[in-house]
Write a protein of this length. Structure first.
Lengths: 244, 244
């Protein structure tokens, strides 16, 4: 039986303020939880409407709850049988942190579904890290976690002001834009930062100043633009093709 | 002043049943409406909280409404100043309709955001048509229309049972799958059907039987899969690179 205070705490984790206050976030769904545990991400506690084996919980304490209790603590319209509470770990971007390897930098991507999808893309293409500007959707929001399909636990993700980080980057900075170098002609680069902007506005002015090459995906039809996550994936695919 | 019956009719268009009953669907948002009008798609009527110029309405009758009235007829949490009503046109896929050009076929893609994004991708890559299996999200749902960013009005889209259409296709059928030919080694094809499956299940068994080549996007990291729309975009990009 959950206490009222416990329910309140768990419900507060739906909002950024609540997560910051408690230093915790939620992982909902059996598939995502198994990916999180499989990737060694530490889980503080699991709430479940069914028995959970020690392998499944990776040793985290399990609280069995009723269906109605799960509905009260879940943020999903159709709650899953499991809900896990994990501790937020924010790893600062170290100085020179963009110099080596491939980075995906998100400049004001506010839609949490897009941020989650971008983490999944970075994971698929084996990028070394993802950097989120402070005005992106919160990395630990339930929608980001869900859309990332477990990738949030496998990808090194940092929050950082982009302009100063890009200014000091030794690696070239490739900005996804509607005008620029043809993505099909990308040169091999083992070290690079790929920057994508927000859906509505594109790359911010202060970030544009630090872009060393704009990259455009060739268009064969009439759509005005591509979704930010789609554009990032196509650029990653082209860069991996020549650099891998 | 809107009548109660008019409000009820407009609200019924949020649901598939209501749209089928009236043969109408909604377009919300100034940007999407301008793209729809720009592409010559006929608009039956516009509701607006501000004056609309004849160029903007393309001659469609305009009803000025108050902010609270717009809130009652809009499906958006934050209503836009304009809402348009358009007539549903369903164009059947003609026999041999997949034989020429490039087709994107959606096999049970149920998320309306994904269907809209896929229409936008088909539009960007200049594909000749999109075919939706009957269990896809409805082409005329407000979320599909919004996510397509106007592309629904520019792309030839058909609903059709996929298995018989693919069975009679003269064009090769490329199935996006986790195992198959490397997308980076695609051969040029002027005529082809690219099939993407649903997020959870992938391609259905009956569709798989008609696939002539499975295509896989090379993976460099650890994510288990890519989002259906992302995968389709990467395959389109690779196919256009060699075929354009």
């Amino acid at each position: 039986m959950l206490t009222k205070a416990e329910v309140q705490d768990l419900r507060s984790l739906q909002e950024r303020r609540g997560r910051e206050a408690l230093g915790l976030f939620l992982v909902e769904g059996e598939k995502t939880l198994s990916e999180v545990i499989g990737s060694g991400f530490p889980v503080e506690r699991i709430y479940s409407t069914r028995p959970v084996s020690p392998e499944e919980s990776a040793g985290a304490p399990v609280t069995e709850v009723s269906g109605p209790e799960m509905a009260r603590i879940s943020g999903l319209p159709t709650p899953s049988p499991v809900l896990a509470v994990c501790r937020i770990r924010r790893v600062p971007l170290s100085p020179g942190g963009l110099d080596r390897g491939l980075t995906l930098a998100l400049d004001g991507v506010q839609d949490p579904g897009n941020v989650g999808t971008l983490l999944r893309i970075a994971d698929w293409y084996g990028l070394d890290r993802v950097v989120l500007s402070p005005d992106c959707a919160d990395l630990f929001s339930p929608k980001v976690v869900a859309a990332s399909m477990g990738s949030f636990a496998r990808v090194a993700a940092h929050s950082a002001a982009l302009a100063p980080a890009l200014a000091s980057s030794q690696a070239p900075v490739l900005g996804c834009d509607l005008k620029g170098e043809d993505a099909h002609s990308l040169h091999p680069r083992r070290d690079a930062v790929i920057v994508v902007g927000s859906e509505g506005r594109g790359l911010s002015e202060e970030v544009r100043r630090h872009v060393t090459a704009f990259v455009t995906i060739p268009r064969y039809g009439r759509a005005e633009s591509l979704n930010a996550a789609v554009a990032a994936a196509v650029v990653c695919d082209n860069l991996r093709r020549v650099s891998a």
